[in-house]
Write a protein that binds this ligand. Structure first.
Ligand SMILES: *Cc1c(COP(=O)(O)O)cnc(C)c1O
Length: 362
């Protein structure tokens, strides 16, 4: 069986370090905002080249807290993609704002900057691009539009930890970047976890309060905050893994490039790698007119595959009332043809070739 993702091999290679870190934490009993959380935040800020990295309880919270800190609220409109995980839009709704879905580019599956301006109204306050599947969105064009129209930009980096545009990491380009450490993400912990990155001192200051009951000094509360902290034990895992992240992302690119070379001439179209940035392949997502047949053949050969995402957000029941007139032809078309193949740093060339052979036989 070849799974979509195999977390066990990575655990085995880091077992000693992680278990030592757990044991130390149990001995010190410093469980909330302890030394590993602080250490991880410093390591992550350095790696990502940002001034502030503020951890929190999940990627969803990272988006939510970013929007609160950016002052997005009731009735504001936030331009985003409908071809993403639901959390992107949930966070917009949590602050009472309205997601305005703009279509994606057919090659990168990311927000199409050409369509953003026509979606703006006098209520538009922010743009929330998603670096989907690990490929950076066109931040040059998006930042230019944001500057022109005085909009805030929050990046959804849940799938793009370590992806860069000309050496600038995703999450350090807009006003804030929201990261997820859900176990299967490129940098994943062993439960839930998240982080916000920003170069803005005042946003950082607000976020430090928001994640910890609106408090800077214990038992003094300036704003209504949340309980949204990264767990100390999860920080142990993340510190151990972050050291290897460049290598993990390189291995993901190896897997993707081997797939793309081998799948030429098959019934699936390999993903397009845009020159604007480095794709870190959180997912390897192909398009096919014969998706069902390909997925069945893979399943028959004990190979996993999955559809990310079968139902785009504007077609979801939860948004039925706000999306009645929304038309996103590219999003609909991609959602009806996309499928993702197994990808993780430890996937071996022999396994990749086996998957390629099965697809070539369809
Ligand atoms: C995973 C994910 C999130 C949410 O992260 P959680 O840590 O699971 O809350 C948000 N946006 C995108 C695009 C994601 O893939």
């Amino acid at each position: 069986m070849i799974p979509m993702v195999d977390l066990k091999q990575q655990y085995q290679s880091l077992k000693t370090e992680i278990e030592q870190g757990f044991a130390d934490t149990f001995e010190k009993t410093s469980f909330i905002l302890g030394p590993n959380v602080k250490g991880f935040e410093a390591d992550a800020a350095e790696y990502l080249g940002v001034k502030h990295a503020i951890s929190c309880a999940s990627g969803t919270d990272a988006l939510h807290l970013s929007l609160v800190a950016a002052g997005i609220g009731e009735g504001d409109e936030v331009i985003t993609s409908a071809f993403t995980f639901i959390a992107t839009a949930e966070a917009i709704r949590y602050v009472g704002a309205i997601p305005v879905y703009v279509d994606i580019r057919p090659d990168t599956y990311n927000l199409d900057p050409e369509l953003i301006e026509s979606a703006m109204t006098d209520k538009t306050r922010a743009i929330l691009p998603v670096h989907l599947f690990g490929q950076p969105a066109d931040m040059g064009a998006i930042m230019a539009l944001a500057d022109k129209h005085n909009l805030k930009v929050i990046e959804d980096c849940a799938q793009s930890f370590g992806a860069d545009i000309d050496g600038k990491m995703t999450g350090g380009i807009g006003l804030a970047g929201a990261h997820s450490f859900f176990p299967s993400k490129n940098l994943g912990c062993y439960g839930d976890g998240g982080m916000i990155t920003t170069n803005d001192d005042s946003i950082a200051d607000t976020l430090l309060m928001l994640r910890n009951h609106g408090s800077k000094e214990r038992y003094y509360h300036d704003v209504v905050g949340y309980n949204s902290r990264l767990d100390e034990l999860q920080a142990v895992v993340l510190r151990a893994k972050l050291k290897h992240l460049p290598e993990y992302n390189r291995e993901r690119r190896r897997v993707a490039h081997r797939y793309s070379a081998g799948l030429a001439g098959s019934v699936v179209t390999p993903p397009h790698e845009d020159e604007i940035g480095t794709h870190v392949y959180h997912q390897y997502t192909v398009l096919s007119e014969q998706r069902d047949a390909v997925m069945k053949k893979l399943a028959d050969n004990d190979i996993a595959s999955a559809i990310y995402y079968p139902v785009p957000l504007h077609q979801q029941k939860v948004f039925a009332n706000i999306c009645k007139d929304v038309r996103l032809p590219v999003t609909d078309q991609i959602a009806s043809r996309c499928m993702s193949l197994p990808i993780y740093p430890e996937l071996q060339n022999g396994q990749i070739d086996q998957i390629i052979d099965v697809i070539q036989s369809v």
